[in-house]
Design a protein around this ligand. Structure first.
Ligand code: AMP
Length: 443
């Protein structure tokens, strides 16, 4: 078959979808994608034990770094659209490779993924485009870092430049802690990701997450979200991959969102174009709402977890078409996301000890869960040889519910969580406290 006929075969077809990744994010993407009646089969690679509980879904075990095997599989399965979930394959250029092979891919190339895999590059990008962000200094050695830290009157935020699984950011209280954080990064705590250190002015304010689906030129925004990163209630304790989230974020009024679009989102898309980066994927904007306006804390080149798990159930069957349009550079700019005025909340259940050391392999019992607007998305689960569901990670699973207000949403989520048990199960009881009127009155 000629290349041209292969392409025309794949255009406008959405029968077979291939999702790369193994977390709750990928399961929630699969769940949102299966809603479309054009979709027949979704292959989650490698997925986890929860993937096959989702309609139309099948797990595939294949090494995505073995390019020949991967291509063979994609062709054999007649894949119409590939969605790359995690940052590492994106940073390694997997999307570029697959596009060259004429696949439709949702996920930026290596050049676009640099927004996430090099914090210094992202900061310079923002500087070039006049996008508001915290002031920063780049240090190529501990000596340089020390000089910068010494020259400032207050402690700076310390970040490893590269990918550090969300653990490369330190917010020291004293200058001494700043030195020690910079020292540990230069001493190889994050391997090559720590060859460069970024020092940042510490800014303050509530944080909000925005996701833009981009087709290279145009974009469409998903409902906003706020997540809870700290392990303990009242936002105390170490950072995690996320303990829960809610969407949309009422903090972001329509007027304020317009400001964010003008000052941050459009300048980002324009700067990507200026730099000839054909970004076909999602851009995550991690924003802080400061007294002097919205500022970018970080960009990610993928969906964040658990925000993705929270937002996906608000989207209708058109979601996968949006991903396809992005992959082909075909957004019209007139697409609408209709959430039917629902709001969504997500609570993550973790293994005892997370985000430090924890044990896995405990049986998970799932009792009766509301079938009405409640989902369970597995993050770290596995099946035993006899098919029993077991814990297999720090963040084990989430319960996500939707309804007309956040009080009802979280009441539903916590009620249903009572029917899920495993040894050492931990979850925060105050997820969404900012938007739960009943919770605020009682606490
Ligand atoms: P990042 O991985 O860059 O998103 O940082 C993780 C978290 O650290 C953010 O969600 C913020 O809560 C905090 N953070 C990062 N940069 C700063 C900054 N310049 N000032 C204050 N807090 C920050």
């Amino acid at each position: 078959m000629s290349i041209n006929s292969t392409i025309s075969k794949r255009l406008n077809k959405l029968e077979n979808i291939f999702i790369i990744g193994n977390g709750g994010r990928e399961n929630s993407l699969a769940w949102a994608i299966q809603k479309n009646e054009l979709v027949r089969r979704i292959y989650v690679v490698p997925g986890n034990a929860g993937s096959e509980r989702i309609d139309k879904c099948e797990r595939i075990k294949i090494d995505i770094n073995n390019k020949n095997k991967l291509l063979e599989k994609l062709n054999f399965l007649k894949i119409d659209l590939i969605v790359i979930g995690p940052e590492i394959p994106l940073a390694n250029g997997l999307a570029d490779f697959l596009r060259k092979e004429d696949f439709k891919v949702f996920g930026p190339g290596k050049d676009g993924a640099k927004l996430e895999y090099s914090k210094s590059w992202a900061k310079e990008f923002m500087q070039d485009a006049n996008i508001p962000t915290a002031d920063f200094w780049k240090a190529n050695s501990l000596e340089e870092a020390k000089k910068i830290i010494h020259s400032k009157s207050i402690p700076l935020v310390v970040k490893a430049d590269g990918l550090a699984s969300g653990k490369g950011v330190f917010i020291p209280e004293t200058k001494d802690e700043c030195f020690r954080a910079a020292e540990s990064i230069f001493n190889g705590r994050f391997g090559n990701a720590g060859n460069v250190v970024i020092l940042e002015e510490k800014i303050e304010g509530p944080e909000v997450s925005i996701f833009a689906l981009c087709d290279g030129k145009k974009y469409i925004l998903l409902p906003s979200a706020q997540d809870h990163k700290r392990i303990y209630e009242k936002d105390k304790g170490p950072n995690t991959g996320g303990m829960g989230a809610y969407s949309p974020a009422p903090l972001l009024t329509e007027d304020y969102l317009d400001k964010v679009i003008r000052e941050i989102i459009e300048p980002t898309i324009n700067e990507l174009n200026k730099k000839n980066i054909d970004y076909k994927g999602v851009i995550y904007f991690g924003l802080m709402i400061t007294n002097s306006g919205p500022k970018v804390i970080e960009y990610n080149c993928r969906f964040g977890d658990p925000e993705c798990q929270t937002i996906m159930p608000l989207l209708d069957h058109n979601f996968v078409s949006l991903l396809e349009k992005c992959s082909m550079g075909n957004l019209t700019g007139n697409e609408i996301i209709d959430t039917s005025n629902k709001v969504s909340g997500c609570v993550i259940a973790t293994s005892e000890g997370y985000p430090s050391e924890y044990k896995t392999g405990y049986p998970i019992k799932i009792g009766k869960i509301d079938s009405n607007d409640c989902q369970i998305f597995d993050s770290g689960t596995a099946l035993s040889n006899n098919g029993e569901l077991l814990t297999d990670g720090g963040r084990v699973l989430s319960i996500v519910c939707q309804d007309k207000d956040f009080d009802i949403v979280f009441e539903k989520a916590y009620k249903n969580l009572k029917n899920i048990t495993f040894e050492g199960m931990y979850f925060r009881k105050d997820i969404g406290h900012q938007v739960r009127e009943k919770f605020s009155k009682e606490n």
